[in-house]
Ligand binder design. Structure first.
Ligand SMILES: CC(C)(COP(=O)(O)OP(=O)(O)OC[C@H]1O[C@@H](n2cnc3c(N)ncnc32)[C@H](O)[C@@H]1OP(=O)(O)O)[C@@H](O)C(=O)NCCC(=O)NCCS
Length: 198
């Protein structure tokens, strides 16, 4: 097998990581806005000083992990095309539309804010995905290790993450000694917010 290379995410990788986000993070309500929206979001996230790692083989990106220290407003990246995508995809996937409405309400209007707020000591692991054909081969664990090392070097002591993937949540609890901070229901999906020390 050709060697898998792990590198820091650069702007030139945004198209490939947005495609992985779109296909592998099926629960992400942001997918309703389309690939151009995801690309604009990742570009802005990177330009604001956020960072991540990717795994690639022969130039093809096969997985990535992303840290958010500084949030960006998703509304800023809406365009005529992304709003058009939102309506079309919402009609095609009413369940996801419902989840989006619940998420929007909970993240922006609820009395208790369910958003993860990164702090000086806790960084958010905001996006994490490996392409289907490469899942369960240990790539995610390697990406996570690099993520933890860099977060540590940058002075962070904790990782916060939100996930719907209960198998992954069990992994964080068992191997990272993560604790569950909150359980949130977003439409048809349950999410856990987890935190662990690095
Ligand atoms: C979660 C994910 C990024 C892990 O990457 P990976 O390369 O498959 O992971 P590894 O082989 O290194 O295994 C690490 C852990 O990931 C989880 N995992 C691995 N394969 C998985 C799969 N096919 N589906 C779901 N979770 C999986 C497991 O918890 C695993 O630990 P375990 O085997 O001890 O339970 C990847 O499986 C994925 O993209 N899943 C779908 C998207 C997702 O759930 N993203 C994270 C939540 S936002």
């Amino acid at each position: 097998m050709d060697k898998i290379k792990f590198t820091i995410i650069e702007e030139k990788h945004i198209h490939q990581i947005s495609n992985i986000h779109n296909t592998e993070l099926g629960e992400s309500v942001l997918n309703l806005f389309g690939i151009e929206f995801l690309e604009a979001m990742y570009l802005d996230l990177l330009r604001q000083g956020n960072w991540g790692f990717l795994a690639q083989i022969n130039g093809e990106v096969i997985g990535f992990i992303f840290a958010t220290q500084k949030e960006v407003s998703f509304i800023k990246h809406l365009s005529v095309i992304s709003i058009f995508n939102f309506f079309i995809k919402s009609l095609q996937s009413p369940k996801k539309f419902y989840s989006f409405m619940i998420a929007f309400k909970k993240f922006y209007f609820a009395k208790v804010n369910h958003k993860i707020i990164p702090t000086n000591i806790a960084i958010e692991l905001s996006h994490f995905a490996v392409k289907n054909n490469w899942k369960s081969a240990g790539i995610g664990k390697k990406l996570l290790k690099q993520f933890e090392n860099k977060a540590n070097l940058n002075g962070f002591n904790f990782i916060l993450t939100r996930t719907h993937n209960m198998r992954l949540a069990d992994y964080y609890i068992k191997y990272k000694n993560a604790s569950t901070i909150k359980k949130i229901s977003l439409g048809f999906n349950q999410f856990l917010i987890l935190k662990w020390e690095i």
